[in-house]
Each structure stands twice: as C-alpha cells, then as structure tokens.
Design a protein around this ligand. Structure first.
Ligand code: HEC
Ligand code: HEC
Length: 339
C-alpha cells in the first residue's frame, strides 16, 4: 500500500514538474519571439523611429538615448538645453536633418557601416581621424558649435547608437550607404537666377521664402523644415556649404519625400544651380578655416574659402565652372577631384 502511495506521489510530482516545464517553455518561446522578431528592411526604409528604435527591445537604453540626441539635438546638446554647460551645438538643427531617417537612409550620408569605417584618413585634418573626431567635425561646422568631449555620456550614447546600427539591424547593402552618390559636375557655372526659380518652384513650400524653415510645434524636437541659410544654419566651413556636396545631397533627397537616390526629381544641373543659390546667402563664419586641409592639394575644389593650391578665383571655387579646375589637379597632381 505504502509503496503504491509513494509511487503515485512521485508520479504526480513528475507530471507537475513536466507541466511547469511545458508552460515555461511556451511562455519563453512567445516572449523570445517577441524579443527576437527582427526589424525588416521595409520597416527601416519606411522609418517610424518608434518601431525601429524606441520600442525595439534589441536597442538598449543607451542606444535609444543616442538616437534621441541625434534626432532632437538642440534639446539635448544645443541652444534649447537650458543648462549652459550642455550647449555644444550652436544652432537648432538636428543631426538627422541631414543624416535622414536616423542615419539609415541610403544617399543621405548614412551612418550604416560607419562604426567599422573609422579610424579613417581625413584630408581636412591631413591625418587619420577617429569617429569621435568626425562627429565633432559636424559639431563644429554643420552644427556651428563646439566639440562634444569624447568622455561625455552624450558621446557615449551617440556611439552606442551608431554601433547598434551595425549589428542591431538587418544588413542592408552598406556599400550603397556611404556618403552621397556623386553628381556629374556641369560644364557651366552656377546660375543664381536659375537657382532662384528652381528654389521657388521646388523648395519654398517647406523651407520658406527667406530660407528660414519652420520649427516643430513641439519646439523641443527642433526643426520640421530646417533653415538653409542665415544665423541658425550650418556655418561656412561645413560640407553642405560646398556646392558640389550640397548638390549631391539635394539631388538624392530633395524635394523631401519626392526624390530618392533611385528616383531623383531634379537633374544634376538643377541640383547644382539650386545648391549654389542656397549657399549664396550669408551664414555663420567658422574661424581658423585657413588651417583646413594642411595639404592644400587635397582640398575639395568647390571649397569656397582659400587658400588653394591653384590660381583659380574664389568665385570659380564657389560656383564653378569646375572642369578646368578638375583638369588642373588631374594633370599636375594625378588627383581626380569628386567634389
Ligand atoms: C516637402 C517639404 C520639403 C521640400 C519641398 C524640400 N525640402 Fe529640404 N528638407 C525638408 C525636410 C523635412 C528636411 C529635414 C529632413 C529630416 O529632418 O528628416 C530637409 C532638409 C534639407 C537640407 C539639409 C538640412 C539643412 O538645413 O541644411 C537641405 C540642404 C535641403 N533640405 C534643401 C532643399 C532644397 C534645395 C529643396 C528644393 C529643391 C528642398 N530642400 C525641398 C523638407 C523639404
Ligand atoms: C547641415 C547638414 C549636416 C548636419 C546637420 C550634420 N551633418 Fe554630418 N555630415 C554632413 C555632410 C555633408 C557629411 C559628408 C558627407 C560626404 O561628403 O560623404 C557628413 C558626414 C558625417 C559623418 C561621416 C560619414 C561617413 O560616411 O564618413 C558622420 C559620422 C557625421 N556626419 C555625423 C554627424 C553628427 C553626429 C551630427 C550631429 C551632431 C551631424 N553629422 C550633423 C552634413 C551634416
């Protein structure tokens, strides 16, 4: 009798344990599925940051904070931060106003693959530079501010986000993501009248007649339509202030949500004229620009400020035509300029 009772007890115990095991496996697998449901390529391309980043369980809180700093830059490290200690950016742009869709959009100087691409040679500094230094290049020029210290928590969060882009998202073709697809530079100089008429037709609805853009209703988010010139725009030492760089960005990305890399709306020439037009207006001045590109022959030919290693006029550097300058560097130094 006792033996049977003992057996039944053991059997019940066994069934109980098995039952618990099955239940926990079931719950586990549902939970696991939820966590590891990878974000699809389409979801990245459609870009809802709530889906791709903020509610994505593979993104740590550091990654999410990094994204928020890059996407509402002024609020966290710029003029909108009430604490003077944290005003590193000098304008109210967000990094993602130029690095679209959280830095994931191809043809908009995407950050996908960026973590692995650095350290990298920089002509502007004439030495190998780190990712932190590259980010600070944009802080001092595109954001018209000062360098964010390497050891700051904000920089740590930014790097965490960029690193996560590399392993937390499905591998898109990262070769296609680097920089901007180049435009063929026209044989003519920028025509500001043409630039103006393209601007009035294709850009003015969002960026405004005076190029000053529009802030979000919730100001903390910065600009919905960023300014293209004037005191709150990128400074004159920024890459976007070179007509060939701006034209490449514009051709592949503007008018916003109408143009893509695969399907641009403007021709190379139209993008070139309108890029010259937006860069013909005053903007903040970067100091010490004359020290950029210590090896002057490496300076991009559309850099609008001197000194240069040639005798072309400042006006020709700013507005073209570029074929003669291109030919000069190719023949004299064997350098094929792309911008
Ligand atoms: C439908 C609205 C819209 C139109 C039209 C439009 N843009 Fe934009 N533009 C934007 C938005 C929005 C951003 C920022 C994107 C973001 O934050 O995701 C932007 C960003 C930019 C930037 C980079 C940010 C900066 O402040 O420098 C430039 C340059 C630019 N646009 C130029 C142009 C030009 C030139 C045209 C006309 C050919 C144009 N845009 C047409 C909405 C527009
Ligand atoms: C006004 C536009 C603009 C803004 C705002 C901006 N950038 Fe950039 N950024 C550029 C341009 C232009 C390049 C050079 C792209 C090229 O020519 O390949 C660049 C390049 C970079 C690169 C190197 C990309 C590569 O593939 O090597 C990094 C990293 C970067 N930016 C980070 C940032 C960060 C972080 C911020 C905000 C603190 C920021 N940028 C704000 C325009 C901008």
């Amino acid at each position: 009798m006792e033996l049977i009772q003992g057996l039944i007890k053991n059997l019940l115990l066994l069934i109980g344990v098995l039952f618990l095991l099955i239940i926990s496996l079931l719950i586990g697998s549902i939970y696991f599925d939820e966590i590891w449901q990878p974000i699809s390529e389409e979801e990245i391309v459609e870009w809802d940051p709530n889906i791709v980043v903020l509610n994505n369980p593979t993104a740590s809180s550091e990654v999410k904070k990094g994204f928020l700093i890059l996407d509402s830059t002024s609020n966290f490290i710029g003029p909108l931060n009430r604490n003077n200690e944290f005003k590193y950016a000098g304008n109210n742009l967000s990094c993602t106003n130029c690095h679209l869709n959280g830095g994931t959009l191809s043809g908009a100087a995407s950050w996908i693959g960026i973590y692995k691409r650095f350290p990298q040679f920089s002509g502007r500094e004439n030495k190998s530079g780190s990712l932190v230094e590259r980010i600070n290049g944009c802080m001092e020029r595109s954001m018209n501010g000062k360098a964010l210290p390497e050891e700051s928590v904000q920089m740590r969060y930014i790097l965490a986000y960029m690193k996560w882009l590399d392993y937390g998202l499905p591998k898109l073709n990262s070769k296609n993501f680097k920089g901007y697809p180049k435009i063929e530079f026209p044989s003519v100089a920028v025509n500001l009248e043409k630039g103006k008429s393209i601007y009035l037709k294709e850009c003015v609805v969002c960026h405004g007649e005076n190029g000053q853009g529009v802030m979000y209703q919730n100001e903390k988010k910065g600009y919905q339509y960023p300014p293209l010139w004037g005191s709150d725009s990128y400074n004159d030492g920024a890459g976007m202030n070179r007509v060939l760089t701006a034209a490449a960005f514009i051709k592949n990305n503007m008018p916003y949500q109408q143009a893509t890399w695969e399907n641009p709306k403007l021709t190379d020439r139209e993008a070139f004229h309108v890029a010259g037009y937006i860069n013909s207006f005053p903007r903040p001045q970067k100091i010490n620009k004359e020290y950029d590109y210590p090896d002057k022959k490496l300076k991009p030919m559309s850099t609008p400020y001197g000194p240069w290693k040639d005798n072309f006029s400042p006006k020709q550097h700013k507005y073209g035509p570029y074929p003669q300058i291109y030919k000069f560097y190719e023949e004299k130094y064997g350098i094929k300029k792309t911008k």
